[in-house]
Design a protein around this ligand. Structure first.
Ligand code: GGG
Length: 347
């Protein structure tokens, strides 16, 4: 029987609640489809930081490298550890070290879920650059606490980084509806974003079958609300993709439905799967977090591992659950009830 080694990083807050739910569903899907998941859980989190002075041990990356995939819950608990420390101590280093340069985030309404928009007929795949750009971590502060204080944070856009994420976007568009929207703010940011636009234009010659349009981020934000059905694949930088995909989550009914995959397309290192939402300390461990985004992220993990039949069955079980109204309205159903419904729909 084929066995996959999965590293589980529940992280903080509701990350723990939703990864437990996802694990139960994925293990059942594996058992029903002739493969198994061997899961090893690591307690790397803000609590771990308070005890050890770092979000993960010094050999954390090397420890994760031997796994087939990583399933992560959420990172952050600002009253314990500043968000800038927790994010740069766990999530961002994993994405960078494992060259998970494509962060894929699907936005569509699940059956039975009421979105806030008039238009319900949209199916958008956002692709966020995941290793450089505005989240490169390059910068510094001097003269802290004085009138002369200076803070500098530099966005890094490399030819290699921009080309590979745009190629990934073109390929996804080719495999879907044939439309790619490339997002920048090149009127205001005249070096990096003009470079991105020029690269989009240059690569488009290699993909004559893909209709590509460049948008400014502000226009894209408005379009996602006013005409989401006009969009197919959307590709954006790290920061812009981060922001647009929270908007994407909102139009699909809420963050409880937004799944994501941090993909290493070359498969030279493990990819990581996580719900878009954060740790939500206000509702942590109350048993009311919606696990659907985490379970959907788990389905994306199965798909990446090549277990497409099992992935399809998990998605069908999610859709059967929301179609019955369970988990379809934010805050109404308990985590356990939603998970139980997905588990039983797998039968
Ligand atoms: N589910 C992972 C998580 O905790 N996300 C919250 C967050 O702020 N992520 C920042 C990012 O995706 O770059």
């Amino acid at each position: 029987m084929k066995t996959y080694k999965i590293a589980l990083l529940p992280g903080d807050g509701i990350g723990r609640d939703v990864t437990e739910a996802a694990k139960a569903v994925l293990e059942k899907a594996a058992a029903r489809n002739g493969f198994s998941l061997v899961t090893t859980s690591y307690p790397w989190s803000c609590d771990y930081y308070l005890e050890n002075g770092s979000m993960m041990p010094g050999n954390g990356i090397e420890t994760l490298r031997s796994f087939d995939a990583i399933l992560l819950g959420a990172v952050g608990w600002p009253r314990k550890v500043p968000d800038s420390v927790s994010l740069h101590g766990l999530l961002l280093p994993i994405r960078k070290a494992f060259v998970q340069y494509a962060n894929i985030r699907p936005h569509r309404l699940l059956p039975g879920v009421q979105g806030p928009l008039r238009s319900e007929n949209f199916d958008i795949l956002c692709i966020r650059e995941n290793t450089e750009g505005e989240y490169s971590g390059a910068g510094g502060r001097v003269h802290q606490g004085t009138d002369s204080e200076v803070a500098v944070e530099t966005s890094i856009f490399t030819r290699k980084g921009v080309e590979r994420i745009l190629r990934f976007g073109f390929e996804q568009a080719r495999a879907r509806g044939g439309k790619l929207a490339s997002v920048t703010k090149s009127n205001a940011q005249r070096y990096s974003m003009v470079f991105w636009d020029e690269t989009t234009e240059r690569l488009s010659a290699e993909y004559p079958d893909v209709e590509v349009t460049s948008y400014h981020i502000d226009a894209m934000a408005a379009r996602m609300v006013m005409a989401p059905e006009s969009l197919d694949v959307v590709v954006a930088s790290n920061l812009f993709g981060d922001i647009l995909t929270d908007l994407g989550a909102a139009i699909q009914g809420g963050l409880g439905f937004a799944a994501s995959a941090n993909i290493n397309p070359d498969r030279s290192a493990p990819s990581m799967f996580e719900p878009v939402h954060g740790s939500a300390p206000d509702i942590a461990h109350l048993g009311i977090a919606n696990p659907i985004a985490a379970i959907w992220s788990g389905a994306m993990m199965l798909e990446h591992l090549g277990e497409t039949v099992a992935a399809g069955k998990v998605m069908a079980a999610i859709e059967a659950t929301t179609a019955r109204g369970i988990g379809a309205s934010p805050g109404r159903d308990k985590t356990d009830a939603i998970t139980a419904s997905v588990l039983s729909a797998l039968d």
